[in-house]
Ligand binder design. Structure first.
Ligand code: ZN
Length: 269
């Protein structure tokens, strides 16, 4: 029987999570939480490497981040759309994995797949909690059902999922937070990833077809040293805002709640 996830990060592309919240996922795993990643697409449109290459690399990255569960849906790369079918596919995973916290991409950005994944993920979290919605029945009514069943079956081989009817009972995550690093917006909180920074960088470098220095696509992909200095600069910037070395930025829509004023972190003056 697989246990529910404590935290599920949902993103459009394999390697997005490694760039937006990989350090946080590793830190949460180190704290004893069970973490997971749902990639909506498989990367078949990438300039470098195939979808199969990226699947192997995503598994390597997941090991570095100590992620307990990872799966990619079959939504077309470059064409993440907020459709009923896609919301059902994501809602099905939320019911199956039952996360308490979901991390989504921020809802604005340059890449349409990223901001669409944000709205799609939010609406799927809502759908997953509707007690009268039978997601499998709804998916059966759509032509995508066989593909989804295939995607689920292939993940079962690696990460056993219960064939337990309870697994698809309604579930709504308690908390949704947005990883904002792809967009210039002030975060509402950051997570200190000083101790996880190096492993987080290595998880990104596990995507060898994407990030090792090579001829293919060298006009559009920066060299590895350049990637490192960009990633370091961003993590350092968000760290500086909170008085730590490296951090990852997040935004929550809700207000912060405080019990003890003397325990609020981050120095004012
Ligand atoms: Zn992406």
């Amino acid at each position: 029987m697989s246990h529910p996830l404590d935290i599920l990060a949902i993103a459009a592309h394999r390697d997005d999570v490694e760039q937006t919240c990989g350090g946080t996922l590793l830190k949460m795993a180190e704290l004893g939480h069970r973490t997971g990643i749902l990639d909506l697409t498989r990367g078949e449109m990438g300039t470098r490497g195939s979808a199969e290459d990226r699947a192997g690399e995503a598994d390597d990255a997941a090991k570095i981040l100590r992620v307990s569960w990872r799966q990619a849906l079959d939504i077309p790369d470059g064409r993440v759309e907020n459709t009923w079918e896609n919301r059902l596919k994501v809602a099905r995973v939320i019911r199956e994995q039952r996360p308490r916290v979901v991390i989504l991409p921020y809802w604005k950005g340059r890449h349409p797949d990223h901001y669409t994944a944000s709205i799609l993920g939010y609406e799927a979290c809502f759908l997953a909690g509707l007690s009268k919605l039978d997601v499998d029945l709804a998916l059966k009514g759509s032509s995508a059902f066989s593909n989804v069943a295939g995607a689920i079956a292939s993940s079962v081989a690696r990460a056993p999922s219960p064939a337990n009817p309870q697994a698809l009972a309604p579930h709504r995550p308690f908390k949704i937070v947005y990883a904002t690093i792809y967009y210039d917006v002030r975060p509402t909180f950051v997570v200190d990833i000083t101790d996880q920074f190096e492993a987080r960088f290595q998880s990104l470098m596990a995507y060898k077809t994407q990030f090792s220095d090579q001829e293919a696509g060298k006009d559009i992909f920066p060299a590895q040293a350049e990637i490192r200095s960009r990633i370091e600069a961003m993590a350092r910037y968000y760290g500086m805002l909170a008085g730590v070395t490296y951090a990852e930025p997040f935004l929550q829509k809700e207000i912060g709640l405080v019990d003890d004023l003397t325990a609020i972190p981050v120095k004012s003056i």
